[in-house]
Design a binder for this molecule. Structure first.
Ligand code: SAM
Length: 282
C-alpha cells in the first residue's frame, strides 16, 4: 500500500532543487526545434494547493519556495522555474505549487509530449483530471518503472526522464540503479534525472557506489543539504543524479547551488556539484 503523499512536501527545499534543475534541462532541450518527450515515472498529483491540510500540517513549503518566489534578486538560472510558480499564483499570494508535471507542461512547446504515471488512487485521479483535455499529455495508472521500459526508446529520439520515487521501501535504492541500467541500454542518448533523499548518508552513498560501478557514463551529481547529516530526524538533504545532462547544466548548477544555499539555509547548509562518472573517453 502506498502511504506517501507528496502534498505534505510540495514546494519544500527538495522540490526547489529538483524543479529548478528540471526547468534548466527543459530550457536546454528547447534550443533545438526537434520535438522531445518528457517522461515522469512518479508524477504525483500534478499540482498542489498550499492551503490544503497536507501543506498546512507540515508548512514545509514556507522554508522552500516560500523563501524565494518573490525574490527580486533571483538568478537568471531560475527564470523559467519562478516564472511557472508566479504564473500559478497571479494574485500576489502563494497558494499553489506546480509539481513536476504542471511545471514541465508550462515549459514545453506544441511539438513536445509528456508521459506520466502515478499509482496512488487519489493522486492519480487529480493528475488525470488536470490533463484529461490535453492532447500533449498521457497519464497512466501503472508502475512508472514498468511504463518506462515500455516507452523506451521514444519515437522522438530526444527525451528527459524524471525518476522520482518516494523511497518508502529500502529496495527503491537498488531498484533505481537496475532501472537506469536497463533504460540506458534501450535509450543511451536520453537525459535521465533521478531524485534521491539524504536520510541515512550510508544508504545514499551505497546507491551512488552502485551507479559508479555501473556501465553508465556521464553521471552528474548535484546535491544540497539544509543541515549536517543526522542533525535532525528524517531528510536532511536531497540530490539529483543526471545522466547525459545538457552541457550547460554543470556550470549552471555551480552558480545556482551557492545561491540556493544562502536563500534556503542562510548559508548553513552544504552543497556539491560533481561529475561522479565523467564522459566516456574512447
Ligand atoms: N514527481 C513529483 C513532483 O516532483 O511533483 C513528485 C512525486 S512523489 C516524490 C512520488 C510519487 O510516486 C507519489 O505520488 C507516489 O504515489 C508515486 N508512486 C510510488 N510508487 C510508484 C510507482 N511504482 N509507479 C508510479 N508512481 C508511484
Amino acid at each position: 500500500m502506498l502511504s506517501y503523499r507528496h502534498g505534505f512536501h510540495a514546494g519544500n527545499h527538495a522540490d526547489v532543487l529538483k524543479h529548478s534543475l528540471i526547468a534548466l534541462v527543459v530550457q536546454a532541450l528547447k534550443q533545438k526545434d526537434k520535438p522531445f518527450v518528457y517522461i515522469d515515472t512518479h508524477a504525483g498529483a500534478g499540482k498542489y494547493a498550499l492551503k490544503s491540510q497536507f501543506s498546512q500540517k507540515t508548512g514545509e513549503y514556507q522554508q522552500g519556495i516560500g523563501r524565494l518566489w518573490t525574490n527580486s534578486q533571483a538568478l537568471p538560472e531560475l527564470k523559467d522555474y519562478l516564472g511557472a510558480i508566479r504564473a500559478e499564483n497571479t494574485g500576489g499570494e502563494l497558494l499553489r505549487y506546480p509539481g513536476s508535471p504542471q511545471l514541465v507542461r508550462r515549459l514545453i512547446r506544441n511539438q513536445d509530449r509528456m508521459l506520466l504515471s502515478e499509482l496512488h488512487g487519489t493522486d492519480y485521479d487529480t493528475l488525470y483530471q488536470l490533463f484529461v483535455q490535453d492532447k500533449q499529455v498521457s497519464v497512466a495508472k501503472e508502475d512508472g518503472l514498468l511504463m518506462l521500459e515500455k516507452k523506451l526508446p521514444p519515437i522522438q529520439k530526444r527525451g528527459l526522464i524524471l525518476i522520482d520515487p518516494s523511497y518508502e521501501i529500502k529496495s527503491d535504492y537498488t531498484k533505481v540503479v537496475q532501472t537506469l541500467e536497463n533504460a540506458y541500454r534501450r535509450f543511451a542518448t536520453g537525459i535521465y534525472a533521478l531524485w534521491y533523499p539524504v536520510i541515512d548518508r550510508g544508504v545514499t552513498e551505497k546507491m551512488h557506489q552502485r551507479f559508479i560501478a555501473s556501465a553508465i557514463p556521464r553521471q552528474l551529481r548535484i546535491e544540497q543539504s539544509i543541515c549536517a547529516d543526522g542533525a535532525v530526524r528524517g531528510m536532511t538533504g536531497s540530490g539529483m543524479l543526471f545522466i547525459n545532462p545538457p552541457w550547460q547544466l554543470h556550470d549552471q548548477a555551480l552558480t545556482l547551488l551557492p545561491w540556493l544555499n544562502q536563500v534556503l539555509t542562510d548559508g548553513q547548509g552544504q552543497w556539491q556539484v560533481k561529475w561522479q562518472v565523467p564522459e566516456l573517453i574512447a
